[in-house]
Design a protein around this ligand. Structure first.
Ligand code: PLP
Length: 446
């Protein structure tokens, strides 16, 4: 029988201790960034012929981790933070400790079953039929690309042809759509957003008027990354239907807003989506990295994405549900399991409450911005992103302020900009981000 040797046992003990230390942080240290030169000075060459043995963990804990910002600190408000529940973090450890494979039903039935229940729950919340389904992929970029590849494949299978395939989206849409269009070698038509920052039927009709030849998909954003603004999904759905093209909703960040009674009405029309994505690592309190990709008709995704090969035939021909067949990937970690475990443990109500609380904090922040005469709100928040200016500040002043906040372990808020004007932006997805912390940060800008 195989037995772990003493060195392995010691390593296991130390790694669990270290993981435990990190889990016990309340809050975790924000830590900071570092240059490669300084890191090399401190860490040296870490890949050696003989191996560093137990020193490798010390090196990570003492040198590398402090040079790596904790995205789950309640003051991390830049970009889109990641604030996993303890249950989801713990289960990520379990997934790693178990040699389980998430690509096929044959190998991963139990894991795939659990992932599929999460996808079915998301589909139901979105208003899609029970037959909807999909896969957890690495991130929203890959989710959008996989959905759009399926959409074009479907158009081709329906006999449509084009000199130039085209996708339409809002000018405010995420950069990953440009990437998808580039990879697919298709044209991306950017439609101007209305005065509220939303993609509307009127703007779509005007921009597309005589440019619908080759159009196979319209993408609406369910919560822009910059402002958290939700496009007019019902209007976009209507135009897509009229034109007979695929309707995809990119909800990587914002779709979780459908869980709160405050913001659920913004998602009217989502039920018409042919596909949508939402990233658990953004606003569904799960660790990096996961994107739920859901198709109204998963068979369209399967036809587009199944890989064929002699060694795979036994899986492909099984008639079973193999997650790998629904996106651009093959080998896959069952990365939906941390979210599954946390949802199964805490229940859906806890998620509704957490999302709702983030929205309340965002509204508190926008009120505070309005009340302080040295600050100015750029746009009314719709979900949990608050964008505002410090009157009179140059970009350099924002940058100095941002560095100071990080150095003092208060918060991580990098400057953003709108129409060329620098601003500050809070993306609030961490249930531990408090009104006191919002006040503290705003006070530092006076
Ligand atoms: C973050 C984001 C993406 C990209 O998702 P990744 O997981 O970073 O690849 C796409 N669309 C929107 C709206 C996003 O916020």
């Amino acid at each position: 029988m195989h037995r772990v040797n003493d060195a392995t046992e010691e390593l296991r003990k130390r790694v669990f201790e270290y993981a435990n230390t990190r889990l016990n942080y309340d809050p975790p240290p924000l830590d900071n960034t570092e240059t490669a030169e300084n890191l090399f000075q401190a860490a040296g060459q870490t890949i050696t012929d003989a191996g560093l043995g137990s020193k490798a963990l010390d090196l990570f804990a003492n040198v590398l981790a402090p040079a790596t910002i904790s995205t789950d600190h309640p003051g991390y408000l830049s970009f889109i933070p990641c604030a996993p529940t303890e249950a989801s973090k713990l289960f990520d450890l379990v997934v790693s400790a178990s040699g389980i494979y998430g690509g096929s039903w044959m190998e991963g039935a139990g894991a795939v079953f659990a992932e599929n229940q999460v996808l079915a729950w998301l589909a139901k919340e979105a208003g899609l039929p029970e037959t909807a389904g999909g896969i957890f992929v690495q991130g929203g970029t890959l989710g959008n690309l996989s959905a759009l590849v399926a959409a074009r494949d479907h158009a081709r299978r329906q006999g449509k042809t084009a000199n130039r395939w085209k996708i339409a989206c809002s000018a405010e849409a995420h950069s990953s759509l440009k990437t998808a269009a580039m990879v697919m070698d298709v044209e991306l038509i950017k439609v101007p957003a209305d005065e509220q920052g939303k993609l509307s039927a009127a703007a779509l009709r005007e921009t597309l008027s005589d440019n619908t030849d080759g159009l196979f998909a319209i993408v609406a954003t369910g919560g822009t990354t910059n402002f958290g603004i939700v496009d007019r999904l019902d209007e976009v759905a209507q135009v897509a239907k009229e034109l007979g093209v695929w309707f995809h909703v990119d909800g990587a960040y914002g779709l979780a807003g459908m869980l709160s009674h405050y913001t659920r009405p913004l998602f009217k029309g989502l039920e018409h989506a042919d596909s949508f994505i939402v990233d658990p690592h953004k606003w569904l309190f799960a660790p990096f990295d996961a994107c739920a990709l859901v198709y109204r008709d998963p068979e369209i995704g399967r036809l587009a994405h199944t890989q064929h090969g002699e060694y795979l035939d036994t899986l492909t021909n099984s008639g079973e549900f193999n997650p790998s067949d629904y996106a651009i990937n093959l080998t896959r970690r069952p990365r939906g399991l941390p979210l599954w475990f946390s949802l199964a443990t805490h229940g859906v109500d806890a998620y509704r409450e957490a999302v709702t609380k983030n929205i309340e904090i965002a509204h508190y922040a926008s009120q505070q911005v309005r009340m302080r005469d040295y600050l100015e709100l750029v746009r009314e928040p719709e979900l949990s992103v608050v964008v505002f200016e410090r009157k009179g500040w140059t970009l350099e002043q924002y940058e100095e302020w941002s560095k100071r906040l990080l150095a003092e372990n208060i918060a991580f808020v990098v400057p953003s900009s709108h129409h060329g004007r620098p601003n500050a932006r809070f993306a609030i997805v961490n249930p531990l981000t408090s009104v006191e912390l919002i006040d503290e940060i705003l006070d530092t800008m006076e």
